[in-house]
Design a protein around this ligand. Sequence first.
Ligand code: SF4
Length: 396
Amino acid sequence: MTAATIDRPTLAKAERNVGRDLMDIYEKLATGERLDFSDGSRLFKTDNLSAVGWMANLVREARHGDRSYYVRNQHINYTNICNKFCKFCSFYAKKGGPQPYELTLEAVRRRLEEHIDVPITEVHMVGGINPRLPYQYYLDLLGTVKQVRPGVHIKAFTMVELVEIQRQAQKPLLDVLMELKAAGLDSLPGGGIEILSDRVHEELFDRKLDGEGWMDVARTAAAAGLTQYATMLYGHIETPDERAEHLVRIRALQDETKHFITMTPLAFHPEGTELEHIPHPTGYDDLRAIAVARLMLDNFEHVKSFWIMNSPQITQLALWYGADDVDGTVHEYEITYQDDDHGNKRQVLTRKQMIKLIEEAGRIPIERDSLYHEVIAGEKEPDVQSRFEIELTEIR
Ligand code: SF4
């Protein structure tokens, strides 16, 4: 995968949009030179967000023009029991927080069947690190999904879960990955490291795999031929330099393994975590994270704005700040809750709404599968009630 060549606007126009301070970065982009750590750091620190977004949009349009991708998918979070106690996490079961659960295979089957009339192409499964679940559970979980929905793409298990699965299997990781693949695993969703910084690891999630360990699992997964996605959790205690460092390290790993396809910057949601005192990242932070990821990751084909984390409105703007993907229709997302949820796990945009969201942002919606092949949608989707229907009406 090579860096995209951007259309070089006239120097005067570039200077007008970028301003003198960032022109050296624009020059690098225009000549195809890779940005370095200090460029990334400046992009995260500058007040001139519109310049960062303008440059990111040039790169985005050079790669994808107006095309903006979405997928029809279902999320299943098979357990919220977890022994890692990450301080930024509101998902795991705790006193005064969410009640513990682990889904039986029958419950997983029922959840899939609830949406069986929606032509979903991807099932996304992650869960807590639950030491009660044996190796066979994970194999059967994958098997159950493929039984109910043959042909669906299964994106499942963070690097941290894979370490637990291997611990249960008592076999080399490569063997475990090959067995998971044979049972139905198609790709890995990324996540688990949040931000590649030893300081943040120690302060927020020291029971979990560290950065080097995370990268080793990614290397082994690449050797097993598994496509991977990457994330960056921002807006907690990390510094702008740590964000830049994260992107540089992920990019170097991609140079080595070539198995990453998409970067998704994820906004931290403090509600229900040990970091509730930290203010929620703003739309300004969201757009900057998307834009800088697009500018730094010259070896990633796609940058995603996950509408559930960023809101549909910011995601519409993000399509002009470097993002070319909005994730999917998403049935039942349980990792983060909005304040007004009252236990409502339904977070859905229908295909029609997804198309509207992208078209109203002035881009061209393209339905994709998990590997970005275009899906020619012929099947009708039932009209699913969406909790975001009103919000979308409001922004028209
Ligand atoms: S982020 Fe993952 S590993 Fe950490 S506590 Fe939450 S579920 Fe467990």
